[in-house]
Design a protein around this ligand. Structure first.
Ligand SMILES: [Zn+2]
Length: 153
C-alpha cells in the first residue's frame, strides 16, 4: 500500500462552448506534468478547446484562422518600416478587421438618444446634437463613413 499522496483530480471548472453548450472539463488536462509551467498547461487547454471548435464548428474555426492571419499581418508588417502601398493597405485591412472583431462596446442610434436624454438634454437639443454625436461615435469606433470599406461592422 502506497503512502505517497495521490494527485487530487477534481473538476475545478467546466468550460462551456457558447455554440453548442458542450462542456469541456479540465480533468485530465489539469493534471500538471512534472516541470510544466502553468502557461504550458494553459496552452494545452486552449489547444483542446480549439480542437473542439475545429471538429464541431467549421465556420467559427475558419473565422479563427482568418483572425490569426490578420494578427500575423499586423505583427509582421508592423515590424517593418515601409512605404510599400500594398503592405500598408494590407496592414490597414488587417487592423480594421481586428478592430471590428474585438470592439467591446457598440452604441446604436437608440442608445445614443437614450444616453443624451439621460444626460438631461431635451428632445429638441437631442435632435440638434444627435448628428454630431453619431459623427463622433463613427469616428472613434471606425463605423459608418469611417469604416474600412472591406470590413463589416
Ligand atoms: Zn461547441
Amino acid at each position: 500500500m502506497s503512502t505517497q499522496p495521490q494527485p487530487k483530480v477534481t473538476v475545478e471548472s467546466v468550460t462551456v462552448c457558447k455554440l453548442c453548450q458542450h462542456g469541456i472539463a479540465l480533468t485530465g488536462l489539469s493534471i500538471p506534468i512534472v516541470g510544466e509551467e502553468p502557461a504550458m498547461r494553459a496552452a494545452r487547454y486552449v489547444t483542446a478547446l480549439e480542437d473542439h471548435i475545429k471538429r464541431r464548428h467549421p465556420r467559427e474555426s475558419a473565422a479563427i484562422t482568418a483572425m490569426q492571419t490578420w494578427m500575423r499581418d499586423i505583427l509582421v508588417i508592423g515590424s517593418y518600416r515601409t512605404e510599400d502601398p500594398v503592405l500598408l493597405a494590407g496592414y490597414e485591412l488587417a487592423r480594421a478587421h481586428v478592430h471590428a472583431a474585438t470592439r467591446k462596446n457598440r452604441l446604436s442610434d437608440d442608445n445614443l438618444v437614450e444616453g443624451l436624454a439621460q444626460a438631461g438634454f431635451t428632445s429638441e437639443e437631442i435632435d440638434r446634437i444627435k448628428p454630431i454625436a453619431q459623427y463622433m461615435r463613427d469616428f472613434l469606433s471606425e463605423q459608418g463613413s469611417f469604416a474600412h470599406p472591406k470590413v463589416q461592422n
